[in-house]
Design a protein around this ligand. Structure first.
Ligand SMILES: [Zn+2]
Length: 473
């Protein structure tokens, strides 16, 4: 880690940049929510100057995200709404001037939400706000009425003896830590992913979790879950944070708590999805690809604005800025709107499979899938060309950090596993998990100035990577 950091600082000074921002500068950006780090003395090419100025003065990404979230709204993978989003993306990509616009189809297992209600029936009867987790099986239509068994965390459930939860509804609590880089998500998300399996193994009838999120609003957070193959699947839902608090208070009285839980989602069989692709074809090496993207699908509760309408707006908006400037890259810049990300990175996997033969021609890839907050740091996975990435970072006034474990975004993961070099603009996601996968993920949460900063970053990355001789391998 140290040698990478040293290399990046050396690279910056070798390029004649006056300052490299420190970690605390990045923190200041996060704390104040301001997009721009104090101006660096960077000599920008006229092309880059145009791209960055046009991005910052414009509303390219913001407008595209507004169009998607307004005209399509929620777009759950495999549904007619996701199909309408593909049609929308084809029309939008063509309208901004991208070439080779096409859909690359694939199939997914469909799933849709049904009735979702929860009531405490004893000792203090009242309704709770709940939502099914993606992929969950259903309760009987009349629901399950059972005693609640409390676990303060997923780890506490894992440590519980085998068996002993027969006939119970398991409640898994546990808070998620708020952090600008979303570091609390991985640990907090274990109960969502594997709660049904761990409770099912011990004989439980159903599971409710405290939503994986950092807010205290009465919105439950959905998200995909998985069943282990050798355990009987049981239904699982997420309570909003205030409802989880309420349930805990009732449990703390020491009385026997009974709940009636009705969740009736269903599998809908094999359904169509697809990745939508558009390109700015390279003038000298058209077969070499710089990939930028976001995911087109969303959860069904909100309108998928921060997750991930913003990523579609940022990546397509960056391409639009380049096209508007009339600039011609040497390599091809490919914009990908991935399908079916939320339900298991199915679009990213399909892309890596369908493009296997040309993955070695993918020069550099990045995805925006962490909301609409301004970027405050640039990361690169192991690879060459750190001076070039440092140049991208400095051009938009951001500190550069060479990592050993950076992924370029969820849909980029499968191609990164096959050797495609990746980088990432770390966005300020301090509020991301307040909204993530809730009915409150809507367009009004997005700030145009933050979107413009992201578009400037993506346009800079795409332009530099498409014109350098570096291969980043
Ligand atoms: Zn996402």
């Amino acid at each position: 880690m140290r040698s990478f950091l040293t290399a990046s600082v050396l690279a910056l000074s070798a390029l004649g940049f006056a300052t490299a921002c420190s970690q605390s500068d990045a923190q200041k950006v996060v704390n104040t929510g301001q997009a721009k780090v104090a101006s660096l003395n960077v000599d920008l090419s006229p092309e880059l100057k145009t791209l960055i100025t046009t991005s910052r003065d414009g509303t390219h990404g913001y407008d595209i995200t507004e169009s998607l979230t307004t005209e399509i709204g929620a777009r759950l993978a495999g549904t007619p709404a996701e199909a309408r989003a593909r049609d929308w993306a084809i029309a939008k990509f063509k309208a901004i001037g991208l070439e080779n616009v096409r859909v690359e189809p694939f199939s997914i297992p469909g799933w849709e939400r049904g009735v979702e209600t929860a009531q405490i029936t004893a000792p203090y009867p009242q309704n709770m706000v709940i939502t099914s987790l993606g992929g969950s099986v259903a309760t009987p239509a009349q629901g399950i009425k059972a005693q609640v068994a409390y676990f303060e965390s997923f780890e506490a459930l894992e440590a519980a003896p085998a068996g002993g939860l027969e006939g119970k509804i398991v409640f898994i609590s546990g808070l998620m830590k708020k952090a600008p880089d979303g570091a609390g998500y991985g640990p907090a998300n274990r109960k969502r992913r594997s709660g049904a399996t761990e409770a099912g193994k011990r004989g439980a009838l159903a599971v409710v979790i405290r939503s994986v999120g950092t807010d205290s609003h009465r919105f439950p957070h959905t998200g995909q879950m998985r069943y282990a193959e050798d355990v009987k699947p049981i239904p699982i839902g997420a309570l909003s944070a205030p409802d989880a608090d309420q349930l805990e208070r009732i449990l703390q009285t020491g009385q026997k708590v009974e709940m009636n839980l009705t969740l009736t989602p269903r599998s809908t069989g094999v359904k169509p999805s697809g990745n939508v692709i558009g390109e700015i074809i390279g003038t000298e090496s058209p077969d070499e690809i710089v990939l930028i993207g976001g995911h087109l699908d969303s959860w069904d509760l909100g309108t998928g604005a921060i997750d991930d309408g913003a990523g579609i707006g940022i990546s397509a908006g960056a391409a639009q800025v380049i096209l508007e400037a009339g600039l011609k890259p040497k390599r091809t810049i490919r914009v990908v709107a991935f399908g079916a990300e939320e339900v298991g990175l199915l679009g990213g996997r399909a892309y890596a499979e369908q493009h296997k033969a040309e993955l070695d021609k993918h020069i550099l890839a990045t995805e925006s899938d962490f909301g609409a907050g301004a970027p405050y740091e640039v990361h690169q996975g192991v690879g060459s060309g750190q001076d070039v990435i440092a140049q991208m970072a400095a051009a938009v006034g951001l500190p550069f950090k060479a990592d050993i474990d950076t992924n370029g975004g969820p849909d980029i993961g499968p191609m990164h596993d096959e050797g495609v070099p990746v980088m990432r603009f770390q966005q300020n996601g301090i509020d991301y998990f307040d909204l993530h996968h809730t009915p409150d993920d809507t367009f009004d949460k997005i700030k145009p100035e933050d979107m413009a900063e992201n578009v400037a970053a993506f346009a800079t990355m795409a332009w530099i990577a498409a014109n350098t001789d570096e291969n980043f391998k």
